[in-house]
Design a protein around this ligand. Structure first.
Ligand SMILES: [Zn+2]
Length: 248
């Protein structure tokens, strides 16, 4: 089974590994590796891009696709006789500029979610999304009422204060959800439609937030940078609030 290195070290930009599965997806060669650094689209986070270097030839990554519980890296072409690549040593390199932006936005989403939790009545988290274009991120949560201007200011101030305090961010592993909840009682939150069984990976922002998540995040909040609210909307029927945010 592939080791998902992006979970262990989000900052790793290149890796040398071995091809242990070859497939053809939509006419392009698709490869799986013993160790993988590419984060696939999921949990509101768009996919990484980058390249795979095989025998000194650089192949751009077109997309990542989950198939048979594996993450396949789909290249932008079909390599002739690709089946001969099994067991080949290769190098993978992620598009670091994009990855770091994704890490910043993802962590910024956690901060804003936790800030909303502290301000909004009836708060229940639903999820977060980051635009493929990286233009903005958005968080969605249930709330008793529309978010008014004063609350938006409070949410943003709490988020900015946490970022300026440079709180640490750590991925912790727990045997199950209950253990994670008990250890992080005061700041624990979990997306309402998330069904989690067995081991959980929880992103803990020191004393501020704890949330099960499989994404990539920065190590300290100053890396998130300046956060501003782009827009707020509220769906009266669903009782759902949405905040779009931008980083700079
Ligand atoms: Zn996350």
């Amino acid at each position: 089974m592939t080791q998902q290195i992006f979970c262990q070290d989000s900052y790793l930009q290149t890796i040398e590994t071995i091809i242990d599965a070859v497939d053809l997806i939509n006419g392009c060669t698709a490869l799986a590796f013993e160790e993988n650094i590419f984060h696939p689209k999921g949990g509101g986070q768009p996919s990484d891009y980058g390249e795979v270097i095989i025998a000194e030839v650089h192949y751009p990554v077109r997309t990542l696709q989950k198939k048979k519980d594996r993450i396949f890296v789909v290249l932008d072409c079909e390599i002739p006789d690709a089946d001969n690549l099994w067991g080949e040593e290769i190098k993978c390199s992620i598009n670091w500029e994009r990855r770091h932006q994704l890490m910043r936005y993802h962590t910024g989403g956690h901060v804003l979610m936790s800030s909303a939790r502290q301000v909004v009545s009836g708060y229940n988290p639903k999820g977060m999304d980051i635009q493929e274009s990286l233009d903005y991120g958005e968080i969605t949560f249930f709330a008793d009422q529309e978010i008014v201007e004063d609350q938006a200011v409070q949410i943003l101030n709490i988020a900015k204060q946490a970022i300026n305090s440079n709180l640490g961010v750590e991925a912790k592993s727990y045997g199950n959800l209950e253990l994670a909840k008990n250890e992080n009682e005061l700041c624990f939150r979990v997306d309402s439609d998330l069904k989690l069984k067995g081991k959980v990976r929880v992103i803990v922002i020191d004393g501020f937030d704890a949330n099960p998540c499989g994404g990539t995040h920065v190590k300290s909040l100053t890396e998130v940078g300046n956060i501003e609210i782009k827009s707020i909307s509220y769906n009266e029927i669903k009782k759902e609030a949405n905040i779009k945010f931008v980083l700079s």
